[in-house]
Design a protein around this ligand. Structure first.
Ligand code: RIB
Length: 311
């Protein structure tokens, strides 16, 4: 990967977690106990992951968020510290650090339970304390693991390009999605976003939007500025605004060992490339390479390439 020379300030507003990741040969059924293969504790959280992916791909990054005052706090921020990410807007709160309980199966697929802890304090007031930082960013990135009014405030304060990762799917002001440039979603999140924009609720009956390309088109017609739909091992597709074509971004065939945080690798690398002036299509191509690199290694942040990595 190239070391960028231009100053490209990316501000990520979002969650910080400690990931408790158990590898299992098979997930337990209801009422069942299975013996796992390994347990690791490593830094995670969609916001922190995206910030690290942006920093590791050469961007100048700041994170707005919060950790608790427990034994997980320092470890959750350790790789961000090593990457020189600006953590001055990460508060230390008198509560627990966010924790994600993750199981990864033999196919590399994961299931995740998040206990928000300190992430739950990153609401409107906490975000508004960093209004200058957010307003001064070339690219602001948000996801949905902090309170809804924190995401809405970050979107309101952003004057640069707003990258919205609608994950996990939660109720949110539809205007946040409309302002997204791009809205980054997987297939399921894309359908939920289309429902939210059509009805005001992500839980409304899914719209009959047909293929992923139809869904991207429906999102653009509903007012979203641009869209990137990630399709896992099938790559991604993008649409850079009304009247623009739906462009497939080819997959990079790899053997996945752990997909945890791959979507965040995509979002962070995309934000870094957009801040550096690349087109959405070129940025999505780079982001696909970074995500493909990450799924070949275990964990979320620990699997991200560094600026020196040749992809
Ligand atoms: O997207 C992956 C992330 O989701 C994990 O790192 C976990 O912390 C959860 O937030």
């Amino acid at each position: 990967m190239k070391n960028r020379t231009a100053e490209c300030r990316v501000v990520v507003v979002g969650s910080v977690n400690a990931d408790l990741l158990a590898r299992v040969a098979r997930r337990p059924g209801l009422g069942e106990t299975v013996i796992g293969q390994s347990l690791t504790v490593s830094p995670g959280g969609k916001g922190a992951n995206q910030a690290l992916a942006a920093a590791r791909t050469g961007a100048d990054v700041a994170l707005v968020g919060a950790v608790g005052d427990d034994e997980y706090a320092a470890g959750a921020l350790s790789l961000l510290r090593d990457s020189d990410t600006d953590l001055s807007a990460v508060a230390s709160e008198s509560t627990s650090t966010g924790v994600a309980v993750i199981t990864v199966g033999p196919d590399g697929d994961n299931s995740i339970i998040v206990i928000p802890g300190a992430n739950g304090t990153v609401g409107r007031e906490a975000v508004a304390r960093h209004a200058g930082l957010i307003a001064g960013a070339a690219v602001v990135v948000v996801q949905m693991e902090i309170p809804r009014d924190g995401v809405e405030e970050a979107a309101r304060l952003a004057t640069g390009r707003l990258v919205v990762n609608y994950a996990p799917v939660v109720p949110i002001d539809p205007d946040v999605l409309r302002r997204a440039d791009p809205l980054v979603v997987n297939e399921h999140e894309a359908a939920a976003a289309a429902s939210l924009l059509a009805s005001g609720s992500p839980d409304a009956a899914p719209l009959a939007v047909g293929t992923e390309a139809d869904c991207a088109q429906a999102l653009i017609e509903a007012g979203v500025r641009s869209v990137a739909i990630t399709l896992g091992e099938r790559g991604a597709l993008i649409c850079d605004g009304p009247g623009r074509p739906i462009v497939p971004i080819p997959a990079i065939p790899v053997q996945a060992v752990d997909t945890t945080g791959a979507g965040d690798a995509f979002v962070g690398a995309l934000a870094a490339a957009l801040a550096d002036g690349f087109t959405l299509e070129d940025a999505a191509g780079m982001a696909t390479s970074v995500a493909a690199y990450s799924v070949q290694r275990p964990g979320a942040q620990a699997s991200y390439p560094s600026v020196e990595t040749t992809l």
